[in-house]
Design a protein around this ligand. Structure first.
Ligand code: FE2
Ligand code: FE2
Length: 524
């Protein structure tokens, strides 16, 4: 389920467009973070996409022609010009991280036409488990030709990246280095097994402290949503300072223990649904964006945008929001207006920074869906931001697993995930949804499962090994008679016995809604 295949892209000549150049000393004159710096970054990203395009042509052409063939001249020359343009003070590094391409630290955002080329390169790099490719300014035509020939002649199914590296040295290819894929530094949560407390690898004190901090961070975020929504209703002045600080703390906690933070999102029984929902969407969005490879600063901006994505609801009367019965048509109109109202509310808070402006874009887009089947409906062409696409996934997941607002009855996390997967590529971005499943797990965090011993257990975090995605880490919460137990044992369902069989098995998923208790207490 977690291996969604990306289609092979055909190579066309139009992809090999002429290249841009810019003054080499420009980057030294421009301060980073300045507006001119942004423009320079954008230009580098454009050149980066061209580099990817020509690399793709080079690899495809090398499958057909010899390394000295004239058919290779065009992509090779284009690459050399690009590399020499970009690699003035440091080599050019193309990185692959969680199925997204980066030039150095800049995400290479591709448009629909460039998508085929990008996925073709992503597939090629993934096949070799290559996480980075560095070209230095000294690279020559013969190096690129030799490298491409080598790349297509060896079979990644029976050779490793080390074999490829060795061959690069043996053949004297200079100016090109390849590196292995690496995990994100910030995330140690779901990929590792070392920080769940009961395994004794970490002091319990620290664990307890972290859980307390996570809970406090969550409460602070919810608190600031409450205060700011109230202030917005009353037209008062607003400062995002408290929210920003709380988000920063949460990001630090996530780096340490993502599972605990995501566990908080399973908090279901709460009166202040809207505030909890906002915090949950923020946490889930940040976890997803982290996998996308957002740098820390952008992660905080996204967290803030997600926290206030439903700001437009402050214009909906409380009686409507908390209505126990069905919505009337008018109620629905008001409800469907909240993304647009959100833009207005956030734009009013613009102040001297442009942050609320970016937040407004995210609020505007969060119900549109990838295929624009949602709302608001637009009569002009629109391109969804990456933040908007991330938010759509996090928002839908939390809204459906929680009760209230859109549905009277909440659905179990796994039902929601299955429903969302059935709309992959339609309502939701396919790659992002795949990464989201990695965050919450195929059997999502907070799910209730019955083990073959008839004990009930709650899912704490996804399996470390994605091949065993259906075997998460769980905590036993009842005995086989269904009596709640305190401090139940923690089980890694991928654990095998001496005969090589799995020690424990899930026999069925329990609909959380059957048992109306709060699974979040098993996390904090
Ligand atoms: Fe919304
Ligand atoms: Fe929402």
């Amino acid at each position: 389920m977690s291996d969604i295949k990306i289609k092979e892209a055909p190579v066309t000549d139009e992809e090999a467009q002429p290249i841009l150049t810019h003054e080499k000393s420009l980057s030294q004159k421009i301060a980073r973070g300045s507006e001119a710096g942004d423009i320079l970054d954008q230009q580098m990203v454009m050149l980066g996409i061209q580099l990817v395009t020509h690399l793709n042509v080079l690899i495809k052409t090398s499958r057909i022609y010899e390394r000295t063939n004239a058919a290779l001249d065009k992509p090779v020359d284009a690459m050399l010009t690009l590399i020499k343009t970009m690699a003035h003070d440091q080599p050019v590094t193309l990185r692959l991280q969680n199925d997204f391409l980066f030039l150095g630290d800049s995400h290479l955002k591709v448009n629909a036409q460039q998508m085929a080329v990008a996925t073709s390169i992503i597939d090629a790099l993934n096949a070799w488990k290559i996480g980075g490719m560095t070209f230095s300014s000294t690279v020559e035509s013969k190096d690129l030709r030799e490298f491409a020939a080598l790349f297509v002649s060896l079979d990644p199914d029976n050779k490793t990246i080390e074999d490829l590296q060795k061959e690069i040295t043996v053949r004297g290819i200079a100016g090109i280095e390849i590196g292995e894929q690496r995990q994100l530094q910030i995330r140690r949560g779901s990929g590792t097994t070392g920080n769940m407390g009961s395994d004794g690898t970490e002091s319990t004190d620290r664990n307890v402290q972290r859980k307390v901090n996570a809970k406090t961070g969550y409460a602070k975020m919810a608190g600031s949503v409450g205060t700011l929504t109230q202030a917005s209703r009353e037209g008062g002045s607003i400062s995002f300072k408290q929210a920003k600080r709380a988000i920063q703390n949460i990001i630090d906690l996530m780096a340490d223990d993502e599972a605990t933070v995501l566990g908080l999102t399973t908090l279901r029984c709460h009166d202040e649904y809207t505030h909890n929902h906002s915090v949950n969407v923020s946490l889930l969005s940040m976890a997803l964006a982290n996998r996308v490879g957002y740098p820390k600063v952008e992660l905080a901006d996204l967290g803030l945008a997600a926290l206030f994505h439903d700001m437009g609801k402050s214009t909906i009367p409380m009686e409507v929001l908390n209505k126990p019965g069905e919505f009337t048509d008018d109620d629905w109109v008001a409800m469907r207006n909240h993304p647009t109202e959100g833009v207005l509310s956030l734009s009013k808070l613009r102040g001297i920074t442009n942050l609320p402006g970016r937040m407004a874009a995210a609020a505007f887009e969060h119900h549109m869906n990838l295929d624009f089947s949602g709302y608001p409906k637009l009569t002009v062409p629109w391109t969804l931001s990456l933040t908007g696409r991330i938010l759509t996934i996090a928002d839908c997941y939390d809204a459906m697993t929680s009760s209230r607002v859109y549905r009277r009855e909440p659905m179990s996390p796994s039902k929601v995930l299955n429903m969302m997967l059935s709309k992959s590529g339609k309502s939701f971005d396919e790659v992002l949804l795949k990464l989201f499943v990695n965050c919450v797990g195929i059997v999502p965090i907070g799910s209730l499962v019955m083990l073959e011993t008839s004990e009930l257990a709650v899912v704490l975090k996804p399996a470390a090994d994605k091949a065993n995605g259906e075997r998460p880490f769980v905590r036993v919460i009842t005995d086989s008679q269904g009596n709640l137990v305190d401090h139940g044992r923690e089980i890694d369902l991928t654990e095998k016995d001496e005969t090589g069989d799995f020690r424990h098995n899930i026999i069925r998923l329990i609909d959380n809604t059957e048992y109306k208790f709060d699974t979040s207490r098993y996390f904090v």
